[in-house]
Ligand binder design. Structure first.
Ligand code: ATP
Length: 237
Protein backbone atom coordinates (compact mmCIF):
# COMPACT_ATOMS: atom_id res chain seq x y z
CA UNK A 1 0.00 0.00 0.00
CA UNK A 2 1.19 3.49 -0.73
CA UNK A 3 1.37 6.19 1.90
CA UNK A 4 -1.01 9.10 1.40
CA UNK A 5 0.52 10.99 4.27
CA UNK A 6 4.06 10.83 5.66
CA UNK A 7 5.54 12.88 8.46
CA UNK A 8 9.09 12.45 9.75
CA UNK A 9 10.80 14.21 12.63
CA UNK A 10 8.37 17.13 12.72
CA UNK A 11 9.38 19.84 15.17
CA UNK A 12 7.59 22.94 16.37
CA UNK A 13 8.38 25.13 19.35
CA UNK A 14 6.15 28.02 20.36
CA UNK A 15 7.82 30.92 22.11
CA UNK A 16 5.85 33.66 23.77
CA UNK A 17 6.66 36.07 26.57
CA UNK A 18 3.46 35.20 28.40
CA UNK A 19 3.53 31.39 28.04
CA UNK A 20 7.27 30.82 27.71
CA UNK A 21 8.71 28.08 25.45
CA UNK A 22 6.58 25.07 24.50
CA UNK A 23 7.91 22.16 22.46
CA UNK A 24 4.58 21.29 20.81
CA UNK A 25 6.19 18.78 18.41
CA UNK A 26 9.45 17.10 19.34
CA UNK A 27 10.33 14.94 16.30
CA UNK A 28 6.90 13.57 15.49
CA UNK A 29 6.43 10.76 12.92
CA UNK A 30 3.25 9.53 11.22
CA UNK A 31 2.39 7.42 8.19
CA UNK A 32 -1.11 6.85 6.79
CA UNK A 33 -1.83 4.31 4.05
CA UNK A 34 -4.40 4.78 1.30
CA UNK A 35 -8.01 3.88 2.04
CA UNK A 36 -7.64 4.00 5.84
CA UNK A 37 -9.75 5.83 8.37
CA UNK A 38 -6.82 6.80 10.57
CA UNK A 39 -7.27 8.08 14.10
CA UNK A 40 -4.87 10.67 15.45
CA UNK A 41 -5.23 10.17 19.16
CA UNK A 42 -3.71 12.10 22.05
CA UNK A 43 -4.64 14.05 25.15
CA UNK A 44 -5.37 17.78 25.04
CA UNK A 45 -2.21 19.75 24.32
CA UNK A 46 -0.28 16.78 22.89
CA UNK A 47 0.26 18.45 19.49
CA UNK A 48 -2.55 17.19 17.23
CA UNK A 49 -3.82 20.57 16.04
CA UNK A 50 -0.28 21.85 15.55
CA UNK A 51 0.47 18.81 13.35
CA UNK A 52 -2.67 19.20 11.24
CA UNK A 53 -2.24 22.94 10.82
CA UNK A 54 1.41 22.48 9.89
CA UNK A 55 0.44 19.91 7.25
CA UNK A 56 -1.93 22.43 5.70
CA UNK A 57 0.71 25.14 5.59
CA UNK A 58 -0.98 27.23 8.29
CA UNK A 59 1.95 26.92 10.72
CA UNK A 60 5.63 26.93 9.78
CA UNK A 61 7.51 24.00 11.35
CA UNK A 62 11.01 24.31 12.83
CA UNK A 63 12.16 21.04 11.27
CA UNK A 64 11.15 17.69 9.80
CA UNK A 65 9.69 16.41 6.57
CA UNK A 66 6.07 16.04 5.39
CA UNK A 67 4.57 14.63 2.21
CA UNK A 68 0.98 14.37 0.99
CA UNK A 69 0.31 11.95 -1.89
CA UNK A 70 4.06 11.66 -2.36
CA UNK A 71 4.60 15.41 -2.74
CA UNK A 72 6.68 17.44 -0.31
CA UNK A 73 4.73 19.85 1.88
CA UNK A 74 4.60 22.83 2.09
CA UNK A 75 6.41 23.32 -1.25
CA UNK A 76 3.92 21.22 -3.27
CA UNK A 77 0.83 22.34 -1.34
CA UNK A 78 -0.58 24.46 -4.18
CA UNK A 79 -0.48 21.37 -6.44
CA UNK A 80 -2.07 18.97 -3.95
CA UNK A 81 -4.49 21.51 -2.40
CA UNK A 82 -7.40 20.35 -4.56
CA UNK A 83 -6.83 16.76 -3.41
CA UNK A 84 -7.00 17.58 0.30
CA UNK A 85 -10.20 18.45 2.14
CA UNK A 86 -9.79 19.75 5.68
CA UNK A 87 -11.67 21.01 8.67
CA UNK A 88 -9.29 22.25 11.32
CA UNK A 89 -11.57 24.81 12.93
CA UNK A 90 -15.28 24.58 13.72
CA UNK A 91 -16.82 25.99 10.57
CA UNK A 92 -19.31 28.81 11.00
CA UNK A 93 -22.40 28.48 8.82
CA UNK A 94 -25.08 31.11 8.21
CA UNK A 95 -27.94 29.82 10.39
CA UNK A 96 -30.64 31.12 8.03
CA UNK A 97 -29.18 29.38 4.99
CA UNK A 98 -30.20 25.85 4.07
CA UNK A 99 -27.50 23.18 3.69
CA UNK A 100 -28.00 23.28 -0.08
CA UNK A 101 -27.62 27.10 -0.21
CA UNK A 102 -24.50 26.86 1.97
CA UNK A 103 -22.88 24.29 -0.31
CA UNK A 104 -24.00 26.10 -3.49
CA UNK A 105 -22.27 29.23 -2.22
CA UNK A 106 -19.07 27.35 -1.32
CA UNK A 107 -19.16 25.50 -4.66
CA UNK A 108 -19.41 28.69 -6.69
CA UNK A 109 -16.66 30.35 -4.61
CA UNK A 110 -14.43 27.29 -5.10
CA UNK A 111 -15.10 26.75 -8.79
CA UNK A 112 -16.82 23.42 -8.13
CA UNK A 113 -19.55 22.24 -10.55
CA UNK A 114 -23.07 22.55 -9.11
CA UNK A 115 -23.91 18.85 -9.56
CA UNK A 116 -21.26 18.03 -6.95
CA UNK A 117 -23.48 19.66 -4.26
CA UNK A 118 -26.18 17.00 -4.73
CA UNK A 119 -23.50 14.28 -4.65
CA UNK A 120 -21.97 15.41 -1.36
CA UNK A 121 -25.40 15.91 0.26
CA UNK A 122 -26.15 12.29 -0.63
CA UNK A 123 -22.73 11.09 0.58
CA UNK A 124 -23.10 12.66 4.05
CA UNK A 125 -26.74 11.59 4.39
CA UNK A 126 -28.26 15.09 4.34
CA UNK A 127 -30.21 14.83 1.09
CA UNK A 128 -33.62 14.65 2.77
CA UNK A 129 -32.89 17.63 5.04
CA UNK A 130 -30.95 19.69 2.48
CA UNK A 131 -33.62 22.37 2.14
CA UNK A 132 -34.01 23.03 5.84
CA UNK A 133 -32.23 25.89 7.54
CA UNK A 134 -28.95 25.09 9.27
CA UNK A 135 -30.25 26.61 12.52
CA UNK A 136 -32.66 23.65 12.82
CA UNK A 137 -29.80 21.12 12.55
CA UNK A 138 -28.43 19.00 15.39
CA UNK A 139 -24.68 19.16 16.15
CA UNK A 140 -24.21 15.87 14.29
CA UNK A 141 -25.93 17.27 11.18
CA UNK A 142 -23.78 20.42 11.34
CA UNK A 143 -20.69 18.21 11.53
CA UNK A 144 -21.91 16.29 8.48
CA UNK A 145 -22.47 19.57 6.65
CA UNK A 146 -18.90 20.54 7.56
CA UNK A 147 -17.66 17.23 6.13
CA UNK A 148 -19.80 17.86 3.01
CA UNK A 149 -18.10 21.23 2.52
CA UNK A 150 -14.67 19.56 2.75
CA UNK A 151 -15.77 16.95 0.17
CA UNK A 152 -16.85 19.42 -2.52
CA UNK A 153 -13.56 19.15 -4.43
CA UNK A 154 -13.66 15.34 -4.26
CA UNK A 155 -10.41 15.12 -2.28
CA UNK A 156 -8.26 12.00 -1.97
CA UNK A 157 -7.33 12.90 1.63
CA UNK A 158 -9.71 14.28 4.22
CA UNK A 159 -8.26 15.83 7.40
CA UNK A 160 -10.66 16.42 10.28
CA UNK A 161 -9.73 17.97 13.63
CA UNK A 162 -11.96 16.49 16.37
CA UNK A 163 -15.03 15.85 14.14
CA UNK A 164 -16.79 13.77 16.81
CA UNK A 165 -16.33 16.36 19.56
CA UNK A 166 -19.58 16.85 21.48
CA UNK A 167 -21.51 14.17 19.58
CA UNK A 168 -23.77 11.79 21.50
CA UNK A 169 -23.39 7.99 20.95
CA UNK A 170 -25.92 8.10 18.08
CA UNK A 171 -23.97 10.92 16.41
CA UNK A 172 -20.73 8.98 16.80
CA UNK A 173 -22.30 5.90 15.18
CA UNK A 174 -23.44 8.08 12.27
CA UNK A 175 -19.94 9.52 11.98
CA UNK A 176 -18.54 5.97 11.90
CA UNK A 177 -20.91 5.00 9.07
CA UNK A 178 -20.02 8.16 7.14
CA UNK A 179 -16.27 7.58 7.51
CA UNK A 180 -16.65 3.94 6.41
CA UNK A 181 -18.60 5.11 3.31
CA UNK A 182 -15.87 7.61 2.45
CA UNK A 183 -13.16 4.97 2.80
CA UNK A 184 -15.22 2.61 0.63
CA UNK A 185 -15.39 5.38 -1.97
CA UNK A 186 -11.55 5.37 -2.03
CA UNK A 187 -10.85 8.27 0.27
CA UNK A 188 -8.25 8.33 3.05
CA UNK A 189 -9.35 10.01 6.27
CA UNK A 190 -7.25 11.33 9.14
CA UNK A 191 -9.27 12.38 12.15
CA UNK A 192 -8.02 13.63 15.48
CA UNK A 193 -9.57 12.86 18.83
CA UNK A 194 -8.65 12.83 22.51
CA UNK A 195 -11.18 10.09 23.24
CA UNK A 196 -10.01 6.50 22.97
CA UNK A 197 -13.54 5.08 22.56
CA UNK A 198 -14.25 7.35 19.60
CA UNK A 199 -11.16 6.17 17.72
CA UNK A 200 -11.92 2.57 18.63
CA UNK A 201 -15.39 2.89 17.08
CA UNK A 202 -14.61 4.97 14.01
CA UNK A 203 -11.06 4.15 12.85
CA UNK A 204 -9.14 1.27 11.22
CA UNK A 205 -5.67 2.40 12.28
CA UNK A 206 -4.29 4.87 14.76
CA UNK A 207 -1.28 6.98 15.64
CA UNK A 208 -0.99 7.97 19.28
CA UNK A 209 0.76 11.21 20.15
CA UNK A 210 1.89 12.30 23.58
CA UNK A 211 3.99 15.39 24.41
CA UNK A 212 4.67 15.97 20.69
CA UNK A 213 6.03 12.47 19.99
CA UNK A 214 4.56 9.31 18.49
CA UNK A 215 4.09 6.67 21.16
CA UNK A 216 2.33 4.00 19.09
CA UNK A 217 0.91 3.33 15.64
CA UNK A 218 -0.82 0.48 13.81
CA UNK A 219 -4.20 -1.20 13.45
CA UNK A 220 -6.57 0.06 16.16
CA UNK A 221 -7.20 -3.35 17.75
CA UNK A 222 -3.46 -4.16 17.93
CA UNK A 223 -2.41 -0.81 19.36
CA UNK A 224 -5.18 -0.75 21.93
CA UNK A 225 -4.38 -4.33 22.99
CA UNK A 226 -0.77 -3.21 23.65
CA UNK A 227 -2.14 -0.23 25.49
CA UNK A 228 -4.30 -2.31 27.78
CA UNK A 229 -1.40 -4.70 28.45
CA UNK A 230 0.62 -1.69 29.56
CA UNK A 231 3.14 -1.57 26.65
CA UNK A 232 1.88 1.86 25.66
CA UNK A 233 1.32 4.16 28.58
CA UNK A 234 -1.04 7.03 28.06
CA UNK A 235 -2.95 9.58 29.95
CA UNK A 236 -6.17 9.92 27.99
CA UNK A 237 -9.33 11.47 29.32
P1 ATP B 1 -6.24 20.17 21.89
O1 ATP B 1 -6.95 18.87 21.72
O2 ATP B 1 -6.42 20.79 23.26
O3 ATP B 1 -6.44 21.16 20.78
P2 ATP B 1 -3.76 19.37 20.71
O4 ATP B 1 -3.32 17.95 20.90
O5 ATP B 1 -4.41 19.72 19.43
O6 ATP B 1 -4.68 19.80 21.90
P3 ATP B 1 -2.00 21.61 20.26
O7 ATP B 1 -3.15 22.57 20.22
O8 ATP B 1 -1.27 21.31 19.03
O9 ATP B 1 -2.44 20.23 20.95
O10 ATP B 1 -0.97 22.17 21.36
C1 ATP B 1 0.31 21.56 21.64
C2 ATP B 1 1.06 22.41 22.67
O11 ATP B 1 1.41 23.66 22.08
C3 ATP B 1 0.25 22.74 23.92
O12 ATP B 1 1.15 22.75 25.02
C4 ATP B 1 -0.28 24.13 23.64
O13 ATP B 1 -0.49 24.83 24.85
C5 ATP B 1 0.86 24.74 22.84
N1 ATP B 1 0.38 25.76 21.87
C6 ATP B 1 -0.51 25.56 20.87
N2 ATP B 1 -0.67 26.71 20.16
C7 ATP B 1 0.12 27.64 20.73
C8 ATP B 1 0.41 29.02 20.47
N3 ATP B 1 -0.16 29.66 19.44
N4 ATP B 1 1.30 29.66 21.28
C9 ATP B 1 1.90 29.02 22.31
N5 ATP B 1 1.69 27.72 22.60
C10 ATP B 1 0.81 27.03 21.84
Amino acid sequence: MSAVLEIEGLQKTYRSRRRGTRHALAGFDMRVEAGQVHGFLGPNGSGKTTTLRTLLGLIKPDGGRMAILGREVPRALPEVAGQVGAIVESPQFFPHFTARDTLDLLASAGDVPRHRVAEVLELVGLRDRADERVKTYSLGMKQRLAVASALLKNPKLLILDEPANGLDPGGIREMRALMADLAAAGMTVVLSSHILGEVQLICDSVTIISLGRRVATGPVAEVLAQHSSGTVRLRLE
